[in-house]
Ligand binder design. Sequence first.
Ligand code: SAM
Length: 233
Amino acid sequence: MAKIFAIGVGPGDPELLTRKAERILRSVPVICAPTAVQGDASYALSIVEPFLDRSQQEIIVQVFPMRRDQVGLGEFWEEAAAEVAEKVREGKDVAFITIGDPFLYSTFLYIYRIFRDKYPDIPVEVVPGISSINAAAVAAGVPLGMASERIAIIPAAFEEKDLARTLQEFDTVILMKVSRVFDAVFALLQELGLERNGVYVSRVGSSEEEVVFDLASLVGKKLDYLSLLIVKK
Ligand SMILES: C[S@@+](CC[C@H](N)C(=O)[O-])C[C@H]1O[C@@H](n2cnc3c(N)ncnc32)[C@H](O)[C@@H]1O
């Protein structure tokens, strides 16, 4: 039976795909790629473009809008899952590509849940990828954890007091999806005397990669969604 592959394509550099991911992407007849906005290019697709043959492979860009409250998003996920299921039922293997690793805050996880509930007969194989966290730490030259150091990974949807506690309790804190709340986070870092302990990394692995240690210089700016902050004591 045909199956679904959830492929982690890494953070931006095509050379950061695993050999397994590349092999599967070169061989499947259908590739599904997510985008947040109808008509916008898929970042994940741009990463794997060098491995695809558009004359032989069908490429479907699916819309997964991003909203913090997630109200009304279920229908987009259901629709995307149904489209994938239809291809599999036609006997075609489908690769669903996702930035970084599929099991870390990825778009794929929404349809993975639907698959397990609604299409339990369709096999799903997940291929791990290098997450943006790993690549950002290396780009910034900031090791994530040594010896007994404790690491926290949090999405930016947080209560300020929870974040203050996390920053106090952990040696390394990674803030994903930080772009929209950066100014508030910076103010809190200042309060805790940690404003010089952070590094902001955007579009890691791509030609637009940025690594910024002077966090004050980012205040008031519109920041890229594909960015994260590492705070290391
Ligand atoms: C929906 S999550 C996806 C995480 C992804 N599955 C991973 O393993 O890295 C999106 C968040 O991941 C981070 N991210 C993804 N790609 C990135 C990149 N190339 N550079 C910096 N941060 C990135 C950002 O914090 C972004 O807001």
